[in-house]
Design a protein around this ligand. Structure first.
Ligand code: UTP
Length: 292
């Protein structure tokens, strides 16, 4: 079984649901408590053994590349002030030099198109896709659980989780069948943003995928789907007739930073999860709630 080494992180979307916050700051760089949303996803990827990170970027996203570079003035100043602990903490957050690649999507034509833009950097091996606006918290982390299952059964694996039935038309929705081993279920069907009455279940595709490279050939001629965008789900549906697909039902906590209320929830939740600050954060939230 080929080891999972690469992750594709599509970061070229416009983030219109969180405007004006995203007018000049990429959605993926908005702070969620004390670090950019993207950092949580990088931590999750590294915990799964990912060695190479492929970012699919676009205009106004240069802050993302800068984040993965050294910050000479900041580092020099921290060194001069003897803040070596902070310096070590900062450098420990980043993948090693040479482990990040950046490719431009040029126009935000949809998630499927963004993934296709990574084809040359991924090459002929299985790869992870991680939607960086979804922060997924569990122990062990979501992608690590999926990578362990992939090492056993191979194929394509998609994380799914239950949402209220009334919300299914916002998401990619799957139909799952019997167990397929390694904690996975057979994936029978998927559809992007179905009407409530047409949805095969209330299980949404929740933002982590392990895909085989054959998906790139299908994405190459994938037409626009729901919302006029080139959808990854539509290409996966075509791949399902030729390759095995499994669903991994994620049971941790997922925070969607791509909407205003989701962002607020993520910010509060991650403050409450921070080992050094959870108690103060809880006191602050309780005091605030008492004033409502
Ligand atoms: P979203 O649909 O959540 O992101 O895509 P968006 O398009 O930025 O959001 P809104 O609807 O305008 O608020 C999920 C992920 O896929 C990336 C986004 O950056 C996000 O991380 N994406 C989406 C691309 O890289 N390219 C695209 O064409 C679309």
């Amino acid at each position: 079984m080929t080891k999972l080494r690469k992750a594709v992180l599509p970061v070229a979307g416009l983030g219109t649901r969180v405007l004006p916050a995203t007018k000049v700051t990429p959605k993926e760089m908005l702070p969620v408590f004390d670090r950019p949303a993207l950092q949580y996803v990088i931590d999750e990827a590294r915990a799964a053994g990912i060695e190479h990170f492929v970012f699919v970027t676009g205009r106004n996203k240069s802050a993302i590349e800068d984040y993965f570079d050294s910050a000479y003035e900041l580092e020099h100043t921290l060194q001069a002030k003897g803040k070596t602990g902070l310096l070590d903490e900062l450098s420990g957050l980043l993948p090693e030099a040479g482990r990040c690649s950046f490719v431009r999507q040029q126009a935000p034509l949809g998630l499927g198109h963004a993934i296709w833009c990574a084809r040359d950097l991924v090459g002929d091996e299985p790869f992870a896709v991680m939607l960086p606006d979804m922060i997924m918290v569990s122990d062990p982390p979501c992608l690590a659980q999926m990578a362990a299952a992939h090492a056993e059964v191979g194929g394509n694996i998609i994380s799914v989780e239950a949402v209220p039935r009334a919300d299914v038309s916002k998401y990619g929705i799957v139909d799952v069948g019997a167990s397929s081993g390694a904690g996975l279920r057979h994936l029978n069907a998927m559809v992007e943003k179905p009407a409530v009455e047409d949805a095969p279940s209330n299980l949404m595709i929740s933002g982590r995928y392990i895909l085989q490279p054959e998906i790139f050939d299908l994405l190459a001629d994938q037409g626009a789907g729901a919302g006029g965008e080139i959808q990854l789900t539509d290409a996966m549906v075509r791949l399902m007739s030729k390759a095995s697909f499994h669903a991994f039902e994620f049971t941790g906590r997922t925070y969607d930073t791509g909407s205003k209320m989701g962002y607020l929830e993520a910010f509060l939740a991650l403050a409450l999860e921070h080992p050094d600050h959870q108690s103060d954060a809880a006191d602050m939230i309780k005091a605030f709630a008492a004033r409502l």
